[in-house]
Design a protein around this ligand. Structure first.
Ligand code: SF4
Ligand code: SF4
Length: 368
């Protein structure tokens, strides 16, 4: 009982948030390492004994969006990268329930951004912000990027185009290509990454605030969340501590309810507030209060429940066999693995698709 209380007390602090963030970093590193070992083994000539970790598909958001539309239109849940769609749905659900907690508690780029922001503070002594006339339009860039992907997929692709894309060698080997993109990074890639790191030091949270389309999607969904940061004006002593610690530069001390799409539910403002029950994550100022210590527990529960349900429904593991992966890895430099920009793709390296027109070979019919 005492231990449970201690865990809940820790979970309700910023140390608890760091613990959750680092937990996810370690999990992602473990998944990445297992995937690298799998690719190396499958690319060799011996038997493939290692399994491919499905969690690697978290890094295939475009494939997930295309699979989502295909699922909505046809009722068929992709079996090519099913975990990518499951994770997209879970992350979207966390935003609807818990605001942008994915950005503030889970995303490794969010954590990296926080450490780069510390370098910013070390260099400049205090947070430097871009002037409003530049900040506002730049914040729109991530929505433009999201709009571009949404337009290309939701308006630009019909059922046949979706099915064709899902069955392309490009999509079937998307995880390998993504790994090689970083493992064999070109000079241009390295320069772009270095520029993003530099910009994130000069301007706090540059990537998250201005460029991340995933963050834009979660920001939009977070408006649906019944939970918001609420400030009790009667209790507030106007010390301004909440505003000073807010990484999203939100003027918390001036708001009764924080509606900003930039709020990532990090709860730093709540932790910083010196007056009890003045700032809380709640449905209204007085009702539906979610205690700080419950936040990570609910977040982790959503992930566990979503992945557990997907496993039980047989929609977590890819249907691509180790032998097919071997073929993809051996032929990955072939032009058939290039992106075809909407053109009709050639048949998969594993052989022509046997699926019916408009239906990729590897989809599981929706279960009723
Ligand atoms: S308003 Fe509070 S919870 Fe939201 S980003 Fe700012 S500090 Fe974090
Ligand atoms: S930290 Fe609390 S008391 Fe201080 S301004 Fe913010 S809400 Fe008011």
């Amino acid at each position: 009982m005492l231990r449970l209380r201690k865990i809940r007390a820790l979970a309700g602090t910023q140390s608890g948030r760091k613990l959750v963030q680092w937990g996810f970093v370690l999990l992602i590193l473990a998944i990445g390492l297992q995937f690298i070992l799998f690719v190396r083994q499958a690319g060799g000539s011996g038997p493939v004994t290692l399994s491919r970790p499905p969690g690697v598909e978290a890094f295939l958001p475009i494939s997930a969006l295309i699979s989502l539309k295909y699922w909505l239109l046809t009722g068929h849940f992709t079996a090519i990268h099913p975990a990518s769609l499951v994770l997209l749905l879970i992350i979207a659900a966390t935003a609807v329930v818990l605001k942008k907690g994915f950005c503030g508690w889970v995303c490794p780029f969010g954590l990296l951004s926080e450490y780069l922001a510390r370098i910013h503070l070390w260099i400049f002594g205090r947070p430097r912000r871009l002037p409003r006339w530049l900040d506002y339009p730049l914040r729109g860039v991530k929505y433009l990027l999201l709009g571009f992907f949404a337009y290309a997929i939701f308006w630009g692709m019909d059922t046949n185009a979706l099915a064709a894309f899902l069955d392309t060698p490009y999509n079937r080997a998307a995880d390998i290509k993504m790994y090689l993109f970083f493992a064999q990074a070109s000079a241009v890639t390295l320069k772009v990454l270095a520029a993003l790191v530099l910009l994130s030091i000069l301007v706090r949270h540059f990537w998250c605030r201005y460029l991340c389309p995933y963050g834009a999607l979660l920001g939009l969904l977070s408006w649906l969340s019944p939970l918001k940061i609420h400030r009790s004006a009667t209790r507030c002593i106007d010390c301004g501590k909440c505003t000073r610690v807010c990484p999203a530069s939100i003027k918390v001390d001036k708001a009764r309810t924080v509606w900003s799409d930039e709020c990532n539910a990090c709860l730093q403002c709540v932790d910083a507030c010196p007056v009890k029950q003045t700032l809380q994550l709640s449905v209204t100022e007085r009702r539906g209060i979610l205690p700080r210590s419950w936040y990570p527990l609910v977040l982790l529960l959503l992930f566990a429940a979503g992945i557990g349900a997907a496993c039980m429904a047989g929609r977590w593991h890819s249907s691509i066999s180790a032998e097919e992966y071997r073929q993809h890895i051996r032929n990955i430099n072939s032009p058939v693995y290039n992106h075809f920009r909407g053109q009709t793709p050639p048949p998969a390296a594993s052989g022509p698709s046997t699926s019916a027109p408009g239906q990729p070979a590897s989809v599981i019919p929706a279960q009723n």
